[in-house]
Design a protein around this ligand. Sequence first.
Ligand code: FCB
Length: 459
Amino acid sequence: MVFESSVALEEAFSPPADSVLWRKDFLMGAATAAYQIEGAVAEDGRIPSIWDTFSATPGKTLAGDTGAVACDHYHRWQDDVELLANLNVGAYRLSISWPRVMTQDGQPNAKGIAFYRNLLTALRAKGLKTFVTLYHWDLPQHLEDQGGWVNRDTVYRFAEYADMISKELAGLVDAWATLNEPWCSAMHGYGTGHHAPGKQDVAFATQAMHHLLLGHGLAVRHLRANDPAAQVGIVANVGRGTSTDSGAAGQRAAWLFELQHNNWILDPLLKKSYPTALWELWPGAEPSVQQGDMDIIGAPLDFLGINYYFRTNVVSDGKHGYLEVDLEGVERTQMGWEVYPDGLRHLLVGFHRDYPNLPPIYITENGMATDDEVVDDDVNDRQRISFLNRHLAAVDQAVKAGVDVRGYFIWSLMDNFEWAFGYERRFGIIHVDYATQKRTLKRSAKLVTQFLAERSAKS
Ligand code: FCB
């Protein structure tokens, strides 16, 4: 891969002595999601999800890749838990596949539930904290056939699922997250169509967002009732928007970008309202909201999960909106995303300032894709090491500025099915050879392991 500028490469994972990273109670973990790693899509009663349908549709994913086998984690989970525990991390973030644990008529699927019970029990036995997401984008297809997240009925089906699974797995989960990245589910799923189910109407996206958030709020009630010792939160992806145009139009474009990516989700959760400027950006797309919905959505949270990847440069479109314009000469990842650690610091400090009731934060995803290759059983992912160093330094700066960040999860534990980009994009700190399913620790994994061993040896 050719980069547009010199790429920062590093050989060492070395937080400075005064970094929050050295604090033993600063949780370090790795993250995955069900459809991206499990495979076994038709086993033990799992029913189809929107991602099975979407990825099997020609033209929707790179090279026509699907999650049918993925990392075969459904069969290899014991070895994977072993690998994970050997990294010395304190926590693992995973998601539950709704179509694996619930039948089409809403009954628990015992075999699917047993998979997660065994997995969580094994993780706990290794001393790992378990961060479990209920919905990482794999809606049962039969619900999409009824309109999916655009249909209010899906909200109630999601609440039933949350109720059922939190009863089944109570006591095995340290932290429940209701949703992963509702922005992507709503916008990419129903607005741009880049993700399943591939619908393209901004009014669908805003209605889907409202229903996702309402489903979150109802799920929170069940999680609290069924598993009172666990923490309850949600995971949002956030974006940093800046403009090379320092004039008023450029600055408004950047503001609008962040409003659309961040405040669209955080305002309802933390202020019980949508930012009204959204309806100028998307005329006619205001969702239908029923009385009482915003109070349900705005229920107090124990934590907020933040996923951060890159910065976007925007300019005004000359009307109500903005246009994304790629900056030249900046460091980028295999995804084409700009490496911009200061965006993470900036956003965290801004949220802390703007939301007085901001709950404690976990960085639930951060990481990068590189076109890693195994050479002599070694993967020298020096750009990733540098990326992690710089983003963790940004987190440290935010903590020093007063933001309550309690932990950081690397995306991802292992290379996996990167949605519309299939298997080409490698985000793991563990390399996966998809032909043999062999796992190889990349240097980033080895260095993080070494650092965590040093940290725990410190008095
Ligand atoms: C996030 C997703 C995660 C992964 C990373 C790269 O948007 O939550 O599943 O695909 O991006």
